[in-house]
Structure formats: structure tokens, C-alpha cells
Design a protein around this ligand. Structure first.
Ligand code: FES
Length: 317
């Protein structure tokens, strides 16, 4: 494999080195790709050294474990918020914006694993909250489950470009805008909880076929700026006369984060810069192994979007 990553979301974390180090396919380290250090652009702890020091074993492999359903509320017939008792340590890791987990109903085989964004975290209770919408067989079984869900995680790359948006002193003065539609509201809640109180934040929300009640119930109260509702489908057709464009022009935002389907991301991109966006690629293993999320750019480079941490210039979703 000669694909090259400009950044890996797991690099330097407690889950690095990962499975890709074992198979000599590391996305960052040349030596762990059977080559040398010539093209190393990584500025953190040496991944190769960590791998050798750790006895050529991967660090903290993520494994499925059973998790009790402690809360379930339906919004209509096809959307529910589910609370899962994961323990405090796991919940703490889920706090980071862009976190997602794989869940499946009790007794289901592993290929029923479904990636779901973390919406809310209660660290004291050790419970995480997920919004699940029935789409097909896998999500149908999840919504039918009453007691236990198998859970695997935490995975970090639910929002592409998130590393540049969150964290650090320098982000305190930044002005952020989240545009969220439909299920994109779930990761927006987690991101808003993180940003709220740390920096300026406005939100533009479109329920987009989900539930007005759900949006109202979970719209964060820590928002420092405006929270506006919009019909994005209608609004975006107005182009430079759209309410969204006018809001962005007047707001002079440092970060614009769009959490919606690729259709809306691409339409919004025609009007303005986007700094972070939903990772809507087909996520299957989340580990960079299966290749379900692979995409090849115009230069023939392969990117695994479950690991790829940034938005590259000229790289379209
Ligand atoms: S989801 Fe399997 S490689 Fe990315």
C-alpha cells in the first residue's frame, strides 16, 4: 500500500500504535510501512518507538462490550434517544467532539455494528446518549432492543477537520458557527457542549425530517450567541440571497462547521468556506482495516476516511 496520510485522528492517542502498525500499513510512520523515516511529518511521540517499546503490540485495542440501556425515548416511530451505561472512563472519552461508537443489538453478529455519533455525555453517571434513526435492518434491531447493546469505541473521526476547530487557548477568542441538519444535530449537541463556555458559538438548525421536539429538548442552553431555525433545503436554493449566506457574511466566523448530508455540505461549499464537516463516508471497522471508507483523490492517493483527520484542499466529499 503506498497511500499517504497528512494526519491520522488516532496518531499519538491511547489507541496508537493500532492494527495498521502490526500489518505494516501505518498511515503516518514510514518505518511501520516497511520503508524509512524520510517522509515523516509527524511531530508527536515516535509511533515506531512506541510500537517497539510495547513489544510490537498494539495499544488498547477497542473491543465490544455489553452495555445496559438505561434510557430510551422515542420521537415519533423511527427516532429514539438511547442512554447507555458505559462507565465513567468510557463516557469521559466520549466527551470529545466528533466521538462516535459502534453499537449492535444483543446477540447480533459483528457485521451488525452500526456507527452512531455520541450526542451527550453524563460523566458522573457514566452514561452516554445516542440518537438512533431507523434506516434499515441494523438500526431497526437496535431500536427494538430493550436491555443490552454491544458497544465498541470510542472512535474520534465523526467530524472531519475537528482537530483544527477545538481545544487550546488560541480557540478561546474564536467565533464558531454550527450548521446542523437532521441527524447532524446529534454531533452538533456534543460539539456545542464542548465549545459553549469556551468560545463564541452560534447555531443554525434544520430538523430535516427528524423531530422538532428532539431538537428543542437538546438544543444546548450554554449557547453564547444565536440559535436560529431554518429550512435549509429551501434556503440554500436562494444562493447568495440565502439567510445562511447573509448570516455568515454578517457573523465573520472563524470556524464554520456543517453537520449534514453530503448534498448540503456540497451546496453550502459553493457559497462559503467550511472548516469542519460530518464524516459521511461508509464507516465499517473504524480501524483503517476494511477499506470501506477508502477514497482515491485525483492524484491517485488513497485515503481512509475513518482515520483521516483533516480536510484537504481540493478534496471533495
Ligand atoms: S471503516 Fe474500515 S478502513 Fe475505514
Amino acid at each position: 500500500m503506498n497511500s499517504r496520510f497528512f494526519d491520522c485522528i488516532d496518531c499519538g492517542t491511547e489507541n496508537c500504535p493500532c492494527y495498521l502498525a502490526e500489518t505494516e500499513d501505518c498511515l503516518v510512520c514510514g518505518r511501520l510501512r516497511g520503508s524509512n523515516c524520510d517522509d515523516c511529518g509527524w511531530r508527536g511521540v515516535c509511533v515506531y518507538n512506541e510500537f517497539i517499546q510495547n513489544g510490537r503490540r498494539i495499544l488498547n485495542p477497542r473491543k465490544s462490550f455489553p452495555s445496559q440501556i438505561t434510557y430510551k425515548k422515542f420521537y415519533g416511530e423511527a427516532l429514539a434517544v438511547i442512554g447507555l451505561a458505559t462507565g465513567r472512563g468510557f463516557a469521559l472519552k466520549c466527551e470529545m467532539p466528533g466521538s462516535y461508537v459502534f453499537i449492535r443489538s444483543k446477540g447480533a453478529l459483528q457485521w451488525y455494528d452500526t456507527p452512531i455519533s455520541v450526542m451527550k455525555v453524563d460523566i458522573n453517571e457514566g452514561v452516554i446518549y445516542l440518537a438512533v434513526k431507523e434506516m434499515a435492518g441494523k438500526t431497526k434491531l437496535i431500536l427494538e432492543e430493550q436491555e443490552i447493546l454491544e458497544i465498541r469505541g470510542v472512535y474520534r473521526n465523526g467530524i472531519l477537520g475537528i482537530k483544527d476547530v477545538i481545544g487550546g487557548q488560541k480557540h478561546k477568542k474564536k467565533k464558531n458557527l454550527i450548521v446542523a441538519r437532521g441527524l447532524g444535530f446529534a454531533p452538533a449537541v456534543l460539539l456545542a457542549d464542548w465549545i459553549g463556555g469556551r468560545a463564541s458559538l452560534d447555531m443554525i438548525l434544520d430538523e430535516g425530517g427528524t423531530s422538532e421536539e428532539w431538537i428543542s429538548e437538546y438544543t444546548p442552553d450554554k449557547i453564547l450567541g444565536i440559535t436560529a431555525r431554518i429550512n435549509l433545503e429551501h434556503d440554500i436554493k436562494l444562493g447568495f440571497d440565502s439567510g445562511l449566506y447573509k448570516t455568515v457574511t454578517a457573523g465573520n466566523y472563524d470556524n464554520i462547521i456543517v453537520l449534514a448530508s453530503d448534498y448540503y455540505i456540497n451546496e453550502i461549499k459553493k457559497l462559503m468556506r467550511i472548516d469542519a464537516m460530518s464524516n459521511n463516508f461508509n464507516l465499517c471497522c473504524g480501524e483503517g482495516i476494511c477499506g470501506a471508507c477508502s477514497v482515491v483523490n485525483s492524484c491517485g492517493e488513497t485515503f481512509k476516511m475513518c482515520k483521516c483527520a483533516g480536510i484537504k484542499e481540493g478534496f471533495d466529499v
